[in-house]
Design a protein around this ligand. Structure first.
Ligand code: ATP
Ligand code: MG
Length: 726
């Protein structure tokens, strides 16, 4: 058999991993060394050489984008579509299992998935029911608490409060939240994983089924698995003791400890060590050659990450060319930063390059807006991953809530969201009453409403409004039942009154909302629920789950070649010829919080390492000397990470003003220089008091712009201005 198409294009270490005899395997290697490539080739090898049926393969990766790419790459090596294998994210795969085994998992067939925003609303409703004060029991913290416990595999009854009253209250909330979710037939993201784990752990028959089905489980980006995800993988794995007979899968684990960036969300890089302990006979392969980046980029990344301790350590090298230096641009402010980035992109495109080969990366979602505006102004198509994603927009969530209510009347979250959206004269009082009634009757708000309209207690007006709403939902359901998905969506958008409601709003935003609603119909039309395995799930349910799980990816297919915008976190695993990392400033990157906690600072540094290693040929770093963020003005220092990259790899495109990158010390210092920085308050003999808003030039040519309280804004040559620092 000719297997050259699988083995050509692999180096010896990669070949060793791909062709290893079945058994536990750990591929531990740095960025861009071909880990994902090895994993894909391993799958092709198993199918073509070991004769493993695709049906027996399970591959897990971190994002949906990565999962679909993985599937395509296996199919390309196979030269035909491959059906039967499971490829997805942990959440996607867990969802799939729960859909198939909803009964055994004690869920209603039409159960719905809560995204994080829905979850927050749910917690707020629970707090109201328990009559707890939201300012003391902060909903965001509660969801954090609940998710963290679930990620550790713990339900409320497993946790000992140790008599601590705060802990006791948290557990009470957790319990009430679980009851409320169960009653509404909804599961949050963490629940997907926990429920699946419990299902496999407690249901002997199902466990046996999956253990004999999956012969090989392959996990990419293993460094970012959490406790429960690893437990899940172990349940499926072949164990040495033979306790479970000869069933169970061989594990093929791929990861890089230097790219562990989800510790803050419960990921445990220690799982790598545990794996070695749990599977002592595992083969270990290290890949050390980087095929992605120029040596300049790679050396910069290596130098940066070498400042972390507790690394497993590796030596990445490349045969690639040296390439050009990393460009560093010190922007006056965030507008200037966006302008510089987009201008550079335009120049690059003029040379015949593709838009999709450019990525703009940033630490925080809030940073994307300015780039978006600038791109829009210049008519450059772009796409934002993450952020306020398509399915998370208010108008889309409204429409989805109607659809969810059609699928499942017990979904109180959706019920509350749309009962008076658009306004139909159902006031807070009625909603409050329904909430109480549902609680007393131990039923859903929908059922409570059906009951309430039969009772005398409501005013005629409120009663009619409520009746109208119930009838609306019932009649929509009857009409759409047999329609194809996109017509269902269209009908609901129109007849719920949402479309009219948003068309009557004024302004650009409203226009965008209407367009988004129309886009939802398109997304429904294009929704392709192809699954080789039979799952009991109708199109609507599948689409709603997709909206919760795959937020943001809906429009992917329809979009043209466009510039890619995303947070550093979502850039994991990807690569681009030209990469911008923006806002490389103290307080933003590393984030304020990380600066005060040692462990977090190291995680931020890994995030920076991830960012740098996304770039193939060109890397541009930018920071702003003044930034407006979350409605406040900041005058940040350049990030300490900039100082940790040896200067030989960096070319300053525009020197900063008073603030300089502090090189190689690894610590932050207020750079004195001439003592002048943007934001500095100064006194001038003639003009009086003012604030420095801009700086240009160096040494005797240095100029500053000062905004004087009484004389307005002026440019002054620093050497002659004789400014006094205040
Ligand atoms: P990351 O840590 O960022 O996830 P990775 O280790 O998974 O990176 P890949 O994405 O698999 O690395 O590979 C990086 C790049 O190098 C890809 O473009 C890949 O096609 C290329 N590559 C990997 N191995 C080889 C090889 N032996 N010959 C040529 N190119 C290779
Ligand atoms: Mg990879």
């Amino acid at each position: 058999m000719d297997v050259s198409h699988i083995l050509d294009g692999l180096n010896p270490a990669q070949r060793e991993a791909v062709t290893a005899p079945p058994g536990p395997m750990l591929v531990l290697a740095g960025a861009g060394s071909g880990k994902t490539r090895v994993l894909v080739h391993r799958m092709a090898w198993l199918i073509q050489v070991e004769g493993v049926s695709p049906f027996s393969l399970l591959a897990v990766t971190f994002t949906n984008k990565a999962a679909s790419e993985m599937r395509h790459r296996v199919e390309a090596l196979q030269q035909m579509p491959v059906s039967g294998m499971w490829v997805g994210t942990f959440h996607g795969l867990a969802h799939r299992m729960l859909r198939t085994h909803w009964k055994e998992a004690n869920l209603p067939q039409a159960f719905q998935v809560l995204d994080s925003d829905d979850q927050l609303r749910m917690v707020k409703r629970v707090l109201r029911t328990l009559e707890l004060d939201e300012t003391r029991w902060i909903p965001k913290m509660i969801t954090g608490f609940i998710n963290a416990r679930k990620d550790e595999g713990l339900r409320a009854q497993h946790i000992d409060s140790g008599g601590d009253p705060v802990q006791q209250q948290l557990l009470r909330i957790y319990t009430a939240y679980e009851v409320a979710c169960q009653r509404a037939g909804v599961v949050d993201f963490a629940e997907l994983l926990l429920r699946t784990l419990e299902l496999l752990r407690d249901n002997q028959e199902l466990r046996a089924h999956y253990r004999s089905r999956f012969r090989h489980v392959l996990v990419d980006e293993f460094q970012d698995t959490n406790t429960i995800q690893y437990a899940w993988v172990r349940l499926l794995a072949k164990d040495k003791s033979g306790q479970n007979g000869n069933t169970g899968a061989h594990l093929f684990i791929v990861g890089d400890d230097d790219q562990a960036i989800y510790g803050w969300r419960g990921a445990r890089v220690e799982n790598i060590h545990s794996f070695k302990k749990d599977f002592p006979d595992c083969l270990m392969v290290r890949l050390e050659q980087n095929y992605r980046s120029t040596s300049t980029i790679l050396n910069a990344a290596n130098a940066l990450i070498s400042r972390n301790d507790d690394r497993l350590g590796k030596n990445l090298w490349t045969q690639g060319e040296q390439g050009e230096p990393i460009q560093l641009y010190a922007a006056f402010n965030e507008q200037d930063e966006a302008r510089y980035v987009i201008d550079s992109i335009k120049r690059w495109l003029e040379q015949g390059n593709a838009r999709s080969d450019v990525a703009i990366l940033y630490r925080s979602n809030a940073q994307s807006r300015l780039f978006e505006e600038q791109l829009m102004m210049d008519g450059l198509p772009y796409r934002v991953y993450g952020g306020l994603r398509f399915f998370e927009r208010a108008e889309i969530k409204d429409a989805l809530a109607y659809l969810r209510l059609l699928a499942n009347r017990a979904d109180d979250g959706s019920f509350e969201r749309v009962i008076n959206q658009p306004t139909r004269g159902i006031g807070n009082k009625t909603v409050e009453q329904l909430r109480e009634l549902a609680k007393d009757m131990n039923t859903s708000m929908w059922k409570a409403a059906e009951y309430l309209v039969q009772q005398p207690g409501l005013t005629a007006r409120a009663g009619n409004a409520l009746k109208g709403f119930l009838q609306l939902v019932e009649s929509m359901q009857q009409t759409v039942e047999k329609l194809p998905l996109h017509e269902q969506t269209e009908h609901v958008i129109q007849h719920s009154g949402l479309l009219t409601h948003y068309s009557q709003e004024k302004g650009e935003k409203a226009e965008a909302r209407v367009e988004n609603l129309q886009e939802l119909v398109n997304a429904a039309r294009g929704f392709d629920f192809h699954n080789s395995d039979v799952i009991e799930m109708d199109m609507l349910t599948a689409f709603l789950a997709h909206a919760a799980l795959e937020a943001g990816d809906a429009q992917a297919e329809a979009w043209e070649d466009c510039v890619q915008l995303m947070t550093l976190h979502s850039a994991k695993g990807l690569e681009f010829p030209l990469v911008f990392i923006c806002g490389v400033e103290e307080g933003l990157f590393p984030s304020e919080r990380a600066r005060s906690e040692g462990g977090r600072l190291q995680e931020e540094r890994r995030l920076c390492y991830v960012g740098i290693t996304r770039a193939r040929q060109h890397l541009v770093l930018t920071y702003a000397e003044r930034r407006r963020l979350y409605g406040k003005d900041y005058y940040p220092m350049p990030s300490q990470f900039l100082g940790e990259i040896p200067s030989e790899y960096i070319q300053d495109v525009r020197f900063g003003s008073g603030k300089q990158v502090v090189r190689n010390t690894g610590s932050v210092q207020q750079s004195a220089g001439n003592g002048i920085m943007i934001g500095q308050r100064v006194m001038h003999q003639k003009f009086g008091e003012g604030m420095v808003t801009n700086c240009e030039g160096q040494g005797s040519h240095a100029r500053v712009e000062v905004n004087f309280r009484n004389s307005g804004s002026k440019w002054l040559v620093l050497a002659y201005a004789n400014l006094q620092l205040l």
